[in-house]
Structures are given as C-alpha cells and as structure tokens.
Design a protein around this ligand. Structure first.
Ligand code: ASP
Length: 342
C-alpha cells in the first residue's frame, strides 16, 4: 500500500514537472510588454540544424525588437503587434505570409485576425491568396469596414480597394513548403498510419503577437497559412475571434495548433472567461485550457497571452513552440523547445 502511494506520488510529480517544462509564466514589470509566437508543433532539436535554429532565434528577436520599439516610444499595442507580425509574415521561416503552407490543390490560402482589447474592435480575413501581408488586410477590415470577417475574393477586393499590396500567388511559393505537401500527400496515399501521423504533426505553424501598451491597452493578432494539405477551402481558428485570437481589457491571447480543436474549445475566449468569471490568474486560465481541456480532446498546440498588468504566459502541449517576449529594461528573450531544452 505504502509502495503504491509512493509510486503514485512519483508519477504525479514527474507529470507536473513535465507539464511545467511546457508552461512559462513571466511576472509583470512596470511598462509595456510584448509576447510573440511563430507556431507550435513537433519541433525537435534533432530536426533543426544549428543554422536553422539560429535563424529562428534571430527572426523572433527582430520581430520582438521591432514591435517593442513602438511600445517604448508610446505607440499603441495595435501598432506593435502589426509590426511584429509583419517581420514574421515576410520571412519564409514561418507558416504565414511568405512561408505559408500549401493546400491540397497546391495553392496558398491565408487567414489572419486582430482584436483590440481597448475598444473591442476586431477584424479578420480568411482564405486569401494574393494579399502580401494578410495581417494588414485583417486590420483594414477592423478599421474600415462594418464587418468583422471577410473571405476569399471579396476580402481580396476589399484589400485592393484599401490600397494594400497585392502579389502574384507565386510570391508565396517556397521549396520547403512544397516538399512538405508532397511528402504528406505521399504518406496519405500509402496509408501508413505512422507516417501520416508524423506528417500531421509537422503541419502546425502560424505567427501571433500580443502587446500591452503604455496606455494600458491590450491587442492580440494571429496570421497563418493554415494546415498543410488542407482541402475544400478549409478555414482554421486563426481568423475566428474567440478561438485563435481574443483581447479585452483583462487579457489578450493568440493561439497556434490544430485549428479544429481550437475552434471547438473556443480557446482564446475561454482563457479570458476563466479569468473574468472564475477569478483565475492568466497562468491558471491558460494552463487549464491548453494542458487540460485541449489536451483531453487531443488538440495539439499552444498559446501566448498577457494580462492587463503585463504578466505573460507562453504554454504549449506539443514538443516545441517558437516564442519570445520583451519587457521594459530587458533584452528580448526567445525560445523554441521545452524549457529544459532551451
Ligand atoms: N491554427 C492554425 C490552423 O489550424 C495552424 C497553426 O497554428 O499552425 O489553421
């Protein structure tokens, strides 16, 4: 009986330790805060060359510094998240903008959204193929239309009317993403369960940013190419306000992971709701949603979040999540794997 108890306690201890490796809570400091992610998924050290690992760290750092400079100068959280996301959308490293993954038909269809917690305004676009920076289209919908979400050709027409930069779809072609599509298709055809699962795991990506400005306003934004090999105009959680993105006066959240699960779990809003209605801290709320609710359903992924005091949460139930944060008087901090692995 005693042995059983010790065994049970040891298991609980190790489970808790391993969950902690995937959850990082950073205490608030006086002044603005910025947190970003570049996607969660099966990101293993042994699959990244040192050069690629370094490239991710420096691009995340560049995104953080670009966004944080705006906050330091008194700019808004909305300007900061847009600036940070533009850096990542323009990089082929991330599954958003230039590095977007391919659909089953060999096209790139992107989703993005933004929500300003200060005034509750929100905008989103889904399934767009020719707007160079989808996050700017989402912001334009938020600021210049009476709608919240526009899709496909209509969204592209709207972006063109707003003077946003349009590009030929070939701009989004990258060899690396094309290869990922081909491998996934092959694996699906050969119907080898293990290989399919492996490639399924590799499909996540997405970029996101959440900021708190000097005025105390929070803004959250997310941009993605969705999931490799998506079919039939599939749209994920990234452009769904409340699922992939949410912000109010209490907190802001941007998610990354298997969108279908994030939509059904209303992930971003659920974190805000647990804080508001159950008086949970940001850390408790995001832990409950990502490590319990989502995990139980089988939904892989993670979130970045911050609250009105500037506390930050970065949490994921996958092996890694490209992520980073910056606070007043501190250097940008970037991470990829679970805490123990750096
Ligand atoms: N959440 C995105 C989607 O399901 C994908 C991702 O985060 O990688 O479209």
């Amino acid at each position: 009986m005693k042995k059983c108890k010790i065994f049970f306690l040891a298991i609980t201890f190790f489970t808790l330790c391993s969950l902690q490796l995937h959850a990082q809570n950073i205490k608030s400091v006086e002044g603005p805060s910025l947190v970003i992610h570049g996607g969660a998924g099966t990101i293993l050290k042994e699959n990244l060359t040192p050069e690629l690992e370094q490239a991710y760290h420096s691009k995340l750092k560049q995104a953080l510094e670009t966004g944080y400079e705006i906050l330091e100068k008194g700019g808004s959280s909305e300007e900061a998240v847009i600036a940070a996301i533009l850096v990542m959308e323009d990089s082929p490293l991330f599954n958003a903008g230039k590095g977007a993954v391919f659909t089953n038909e060999g096209t790139n269809e992107m989703d993005a959204s933004i929500m300003n917690g200060g005034d509750g305004s929100a905008g989103a676009v889904a399934g767009i193929k020719t707007v160079k920076n989808p996050i700017l289209a989402a912001q334009a919908v938020k600021n210049n239309s009476e709608h919240v979400m526009l899709s496909g050709e209509g969204a592209e027409l709207f972006a063109r009317d707003r003077g946003l930069e349009l590009v030929d779809p070939s701009y989004f072609y990258t060899e690396r993403r094309k290869e990922q599509l081909e491998k996934l298709k092959k694996a699906e055809q050969s119907n080898e369960e293990g290989r399919i699962q492996r490639w399924k795991d590799w499909k996540y990506g997405t970029v996101g940013a959440v900021a708190l400005d000097k005025q105390g306003n929070i803004c959250a934004a997310t941009s993605t190419g969705g999931m490799t090999n998506k079919k039939y105009g599939r749209i994920g959680d990234a452009p769904v306000i409340g699922a992939g993105t949410f912000a109010n006066r209490i907190c802001g959240v941007s998610a990354t992971g298997h969108g279908e699960y994030f939509i059904r779990s209303v992930v971003a809003y659920d974190i805000a709701a647990r804080m508001e209605y159950q008086n949970k801290s940001l850390a408790e709320a995001s832990y409950g949603v990502v490590m319990k609710k989502l995990k139980l359903l089988g939904g892989g992924g993670g979130v970045i979040a911050l609250d009105s005091k500037g506390n930050i949460s970065m949490i994921f139930n996958t092996s890694g999540m490209y992520r980073g944060y910056m606070q007043k008087g501190k250097e940008a901090k970037t991470l990829i794997f679970k805490m123990a692995d750096g």
